[in-house]
Write a protein that binds this ligand. Structure first.
Ligand code: SIN
Ligand code: MN
Length: 263
């Protein structure tokens, strides 16, 4: 999977890139079915909202789901990762974010690299998210909101918010967000199941709570360059991985057997 020079330019300018049909609807449906199976498991990687039951995210699914082990090595994610990041990559984090219908909670305004630098001592912003929508993401069901161009500002001052949601996050204050939005505005990329969304780890983003009847699952494969591996192991291994082995991408049809069995 190759990104065109125009796509690379857009990514550099805005800090994100939308790829409408990166995976087929069938591939997305397969991943969604597996995600729902994993959400029902009782294990520490499956994290719940503050209500204690609604799934919020499943970490490290690629370590205990054969399907997601393949997704984490999929060439439609790993080839662009190597291209954009400029070298071999390993998986720093792997998340299945739910944003459940009615009960999915907010993700406050933040930069991913703000957390990876402060918590994991990642040397440089040479890791980032390669996300895939498993549901229709529309403007109402808690899409990711980006401030275009904010990735150019480096790491901004942040506070460690341990209270707002069930998940600790280094978040930006309202004054900073207002200032950045006055310059860059806010966009909320939408798309159908299978759409890809790649974004820079310094891009300021967040997402609203979901009060619609439409759930919104997104897979986040966080790739990091192998020469930029983290140096602090404060967070659990399933949140910030310590296996820095370079990923060798699989074939483009690596999910074909799974699709056949599902049919
Ligand atoms: C994130 O920023 O890590 C997750 C945001 C979301 O899934 O809404
Ligand atoms: Mn984030």
């Amino acid at each position: 999977m190759h990104l065109s020079p125009e796509q690379l330019q857009l990514f550099d300018r805005d800090g994100y890139l939308v790829l409408p049909n990166l995976f087929s609807p069938e591939e997305a449906a397969l991943m969604k079915r597996e995600t729902l199976r994993l959400y029902a498991l009782d294990r520490p990687e499956i994290q719940r909202e503050k209500d204690g039951s609604t799934p919020r995210t499943a970490f490290a699914a690629h370590t205990f789901s054969p399907l997601f082990a393949k997704v984490a090595r999929h060439p439609r994610l790993i080839d662009p990762a190597m291209k954009i990041l400029g070298g071999q990559v390993y998986i720093h984090q792997f998340k299945l974010n739910a944003k459940a219908a009615f009960d999915g909670d907010v993700w406050q305004w933040h930069q991913d690299y703000g957390t990876w630098q402060r918590d994991d001592d990642m040397p440089e912003p040479r890791g980032m998210n390669f996300a895939v929508f498993l549901d229709e993401v529309n403007t109402l069901n808690g899409p990711l909101m980006f401030i275009p161009g904010s990735h150019k500002l480096g790491v901004l001052e942040a506070d460690h918010d341990l209270r707002t949601t069930s998940y600790p996050l280094w978040t930006l204050d309202n004054e900073t967000i207002a200032r950045l939005v006055a310059k860059g505005g806010i966009v909320a990329p939408t798309g159908g199941p299978g759409a890809g969304l790649f974004f820079h780890s310094c891009l300021v983003h967040g997402s609203n709570a979901n009060m619609t009847p439409w759930g919104r699952i997104i897979v986040y494969v966080t790739a990091n360059r192998v020469d930029n591996a983290i140096r602090r192991f404060k967070r659990p291994e399933y949140i910030a991985h310590r296996d820095f082995t370079p990923i060798v991408p699989l074939a483009d049809d690596c999910l074909a057997d799974d699709l056949r069995h599902a049919a």
